[in-house]
Design a protein around this ligand. Structure first.
Ligand code: ZN
Length: 343
């Protein structure tokens, strides 16, 4: 089979890749769609992010869906031809964090297409993957495989919403309207937020956020005082989903958060400086969020029941043989929201 493999920054190749027959408890899936994520783009442009660097060639991709091609012994619930979303995370199930239910913090996590572990866990941008049956989720007949491949980023945003707490009737700010910010708008709307304000520094993603149900979509590069109306009193937002990883976005948002507000930091911003006095005196709650756990199953279900519609986010699909073109397109925020590869 063939796979989309990163060798070095800007060195993305279509390589032949070893196949694996499903062992006991495993499922072989013929991949149909794979979404390009921000982390895939980091590997493509920079060879990694933070301290994580590719040490050996690695197939990219962890937003994948396809059709069951074979099942190993002992696997029930799937047959050849079942359409499925594939959860890229495989926690060990027995470390201290797994045992206390924090499986996304597993000490021995195997996450597809991630160089955090050495040797790296190969990703899902290939014609077939063989995974543990626990990673495979059948999808509703009404759901396309392209939508199913959005289950992973949607899970990330559902996990962030769990970190935020109840959203019903809340005033929500979303900073950064890439796919994660845009999906956060959808999740906030589904969660019953009364007002959703989205900000970005580019018009194209803001237009998508507006179409997804953002009450206001504001370009804070063009109008730096755009959030001024929400600054009344000590600030008016109950919840912030910070999806840009940009220091200016977080600092600006601190000024418009109401006392006791909850900040959920989704964007990986590296190091930044914050006015800690604002955090202290307004009793703001700064919370991280990392990947997801059982939210994957929830994402598949919410999309399958038509409660969350991710179709407007999928801006282009290219054959995997054109991966370089697809990665370049996905890097251009004026032209692309979520770009998928087809296999
Ligand atoms: Zn574990």
């Amino acid at each position: 089979m063939r796979a989309v493999v990163i060798h070095a920054p800007k060195d993305l190749r279509i390589d032949s890749f070893p196949d694996a027959v499903p062992g006991p408890g495993e499922v072989r899936v013929r991949i149909a769609n794979g979404g390009i994520c921000g982390s895939d783009l980091h590997y493509y442009h920079h060879g990694g992010f933070g301290t994580v660097r590719i040490q050996q060639p690695m197939a990219l991709g962890h937003e994948i869906a396809g059709v069951v091609a074979a099942v190993g012994t002992g696997v029930t619930g799937f047959a050849e031809g079942t359409r499925v979303a594939v959860n890229p995370s495989l926690p060990c199930g027995h470390c201290a964090y797994c045992r206390e239910g924090l499986r996304n913090q597993c000490l021995d996590m195997r996450f597809m297409g991630s160089a955090m572990r050495n040797p790296h866990v190969q990703g899902g941008f290939r014609e077939f993957v063989t995974v543990d049956a626990s990673q495979v989720f059948p999808i509703a007949p009404t759901l396309s495989l392209a939508e199913a491949a959005m289950a992973e980023p949607l899970s990330v945003c559902l996990h962030a919403a769990h970190q935020a707490g109840p959203l019903l009737g809340k005033r929500v700010l979303v900073t950064g309207c890439g796919p994660i910010g845009a999906l956060s708008v959808l999740v906030a709307r589904y969660g019953g937020a009364a007002e959703i304000v989205a900000t970005d520094i580019a018009d194209a993603p803001l237009a998508v956020a507006k179409s997804l149900g953002a009450t206001h979509a504001l370009n804070v590069a063009r109008d730096q005082a755009a959030l001024e109306p929400w600054r009344a009193g000590k600030g008016t937002f109950d919840v912030l989903f910070e999806a840009s990883g940009n220091q200016a976005a977080l600092r600006g948002a601190l000024e418009v958060m109401r006392p006791g507000g909850v900040i959920v930091q989704l964007g990986l911003g590296g190091e930044m400086t914050l006015p800690l006095n604002t955090l202290v005196t307004k009793e703001l709650q700064l919370r991280g969020t990392f990947r997801f756990d059982r939210e994957f199953e929830l994402a598949v279900r919410l999309m399958g029941e038509g409660l969350i519609d991710v179709k407007p986010l999928i801006s282009a699909s290219l054959p995997f043989e054109s991966a370089v073109e697809a990665f370049e397109l996905a890097s251009d925020r004026s032209r692309a929201m979520k770009v998928q590869l087809t296999f």
